[in-house]
Design a protein around this ligand. Structure first.
Ligand code: M6R
Length: 596
């Protein structure tokens, strides 16, 4: 996720571009840049936040320009990798949000034609393509260039000899703000609200030409599209959260697109070995904290199931004080922030023990990326709510892809099973969308949980850790005491705590543990505990024995933690909201835990 802004009008562009860009800082903040067209195209960029770029800027004159705030996905955060990028002739400046999947092939081709690259980014291929396809008209050149591109984008281009900004969109947000004698284009509405509340949405496959007095939008065939502007009534603060009351809800709803981004380019890597090329390790250890540890627990099931490689788990805070063994496994460190002190210490300890290390993280250039041998990025985009939501889902996707890679390379997974698993992952954004669309199902359950002091979350097998995560979500944002339990363990103690005031949330997926789970649900119901059952949407048996039923699409059981987690996140969110809790910043908790 990155933020882009373009301005064309009669005012000094630099002031407007910086002010508007600051409204998009929630979309990324590791580097920023600006290009203003006056005497040629002048580009200024730097690592760090927009405020530090602002301090270093000279007075730049010009009434047309583009700007960018970056959340790195390809190439570390640095001045060289910051946007905008210029072509070799210095005619164009370009900013981009998204991922160009075939950038390696395009770069090779362009370099062989003589184009010189200055960054490690996927984006830079776009501006060189533009130069190669330019025949006097920037809009046509951009349309031609996009025919060669595979991936997702929101793009804005400014050029030295024109007051037009040319833009394009594919699966990344882009809106145009209509002013008087001036127009803007941006990744999101908050950037525009200081200047106008008249908004035009650009749709997938469309391009736009924006000048001070006119805006034209074109569809994929090049035909002009007529669309009426809408009037936005949100405040800037509301708009930063996409009109939602809390970042947590916005981020839960971003789950489908985060999963989609996480899969982009990586699904093919399973066979081709773009990641984890050498699979010659005998065992795997996964180390993490908090929600990331729950993802790790789910990862163990997936790795052992798909690759048969023995996998162990350790909490990062325990690992460094444990005794090492003679074997030196592949150690996978899972951390969305890449800055958790315990996980960093564990990474150092793993290397000291001679293990090969791989980090799964969401933050390009974070500390962990400098401490390990290999990095797998989850590409969920920035997460602001303290409770991990979309980053957790993408950790599950990352661990699944690694497990598929291990299984395929070790010949435990044949082509047919791999094909089915890949298709299932490709459908995952749709499945999660279906859970979000069916969110009204959870209303009765929210009421049950909001009135409780204690709650239990139970599951078996791969969904035991899913329920640990459900319990953690509920306790951290609603302050209700919640315990996750392996359903088979209830009778060994906690059953004594169940009564009519203690709701139990149970995940019952039709896998080899299903019948046992139904028995556990009956045991719980016999103690008068109200039961919330989560199962496949057509599961009449489960529906008939629980007090509240929440249906999910029929996914392969190995990926069922993903949609079930989304149900649990929504349950926690709405329960906390009902109780009036501080959802995005729960008491005593921080987003990044940098102390041991
Ligand atoms: O950044 P990390 O993934 O390393 O963070 C680990 C935990 O601190 C984190 O998952 C924490 O448990 C979240 N608040 C859970 O929602």
């Amino acid at each position: 996720m990155c933020g882009i802004v373009g301005y064309t009008g009669s005012r000094q562009a630099v002031d407007i571009l910086l002010d508007a860009l600051k409204r998009l800082e929630y979309r990324g903040y590791d580097s920023a840049g600006i290009a203003v067209c006056g005497k040629g195209v002048q580009i200024f960029k730097d690592k760090g936040e927009i405020s530090s770029l602002e301090k270093s800027l000279p007075r730049i004159h010009g009434t047309v320009g583009i700007s960018h705030t970056r959340w790195a996905t390809c190439g570390k955060p640095s001045k060289e990798n910051a946007h905008p990028f210029a072509d070799c002739t210095g005619r164009f400046a370009l900013v981009h949000n998204g991922i160009i999947e075939n950038h390696r092939q395009l770069r090779q081709k362009l370099e062989s034609e003589g184009h010189r690259f200055t960054s490690e980014t996927d984006t830079e291929v776009l501006v060189h393509l533009l130069e190669a396809n330019f025949n006097g008209d920037v809009h046509s050149a951009l349309r031609e260039s996009l025919k060669e591109v595979k991936g997702t984008y929101a793009i804005a281009v400014a050029s030295s000899d024109s007051n037009e900004i040319v833009a394009a969109r594919m699966e990344n947000p882009l809106v145009i703000g209509l002013g008087v004698g001036e127009n803007l284009v941006a990744s999101d509405v908050p950037a525009l609200l200081n200047y106008t509340n008249k908004i035009l949405h650009v749709m997938d496959g469309e391009t736009a030409v924006i000048s001070p007095d006119s805006v034209a939008i074109y569809d994929e065939s090049g035909a002009e599209v007529k669309r009426n502007p809408s009037t936005v009534t949100w405040t800037i603060e509301d708009a930063e959260k996409g009109g939602f009351e809390h970042f947590m809800l916005k981020e839960i709803l971003e789950g489908p697109s985060s999963i989609h981004n996480s899969l982009l380019g990586s699904l093919d890597g399973v066979e081709e070995g773009e990641f984890l090329q050498d699979v010659g390790f005998k065992s795997v250890k996964i180390v993490a904290c908090g929600s990331s540890f729950h993802a790790a627990m789910i990862g163990k099931y997936v790795i052992e199931n798909l690759s048969h490689i023995p996998t162990t788990l350790e909490l990062a805070s325990e690992y460094r004080y444990s005794h090492g063994t003679k074997e030196s496994p592949l150690v996978i460190l899972v951390t969305q922030s890449g800055e958790t002190a315990d996980t960093l210490a564990a990474a150092r300890e793993a290397r000291r023990r001679g293990c090969r290390t791989l980090a799964i993280t969401n933050v390009v250039g974070s500390t962990i990326t400098r401490e390990v041998d290999e990095v797998f990025y989850t590409r969920a985009g920035p997460e602001i709510g303290v409770a991990a939501t979309k980053t957790f889902l993408t950790q599950l996707v990352a661990l699944s892809l690694l497990a598929m890679r291990m299984g395929f390379a070790r010949r435990q997974l044949d082509h047919e099973r791999l094909r089915i698993l890949k298709a299932e992952l490709r459908s995952m954004p749709r499945y999660v969308e279906a859970v979000i669309d069916g969110a009204q199902q959870i209303e009765g359950s929210v009421e049950m949980l909001a009135g409780a002091r204690d709650a239990f979350f139970i599951g078996r097998n791969i969904n035991f850790p899913t329920m640990l995560e459900g319990a953690l979500k509920l306790k951290e944002i609603s302050y209700i005491h919640a315990e996750g339990y392996a359903a088979g363990e209830l009778k060994h103690g906690p059953l004594a705590l169940l009564d009519s005031r203690t709701p139990v949330v149970a995940a019952c997926i039709k896998d080899h543990t299903y019948d046992k789970m139904l028995s556990n649900v009956s045991e719980v119901a016999a103690r008068d505990s109200p039961v919330i059952g989560i199962g496949y949407e057509d599961d009449m048996d489960l529906r008939s024995i629980v007090d509240r039923f929440i249906g999910i699409p029929k996914v392969d059981p190995i990926f069922s933690p993903i949609p079930i987690t989304v149900v649990l996140q929504l349950l926690a969110y709405h329960t906390a909201k009902r109780k009036g809790c501080s959802i995005d910043k729960p008491r005593n908790l921080a987003k990044s835990v940098t102390v041991e």
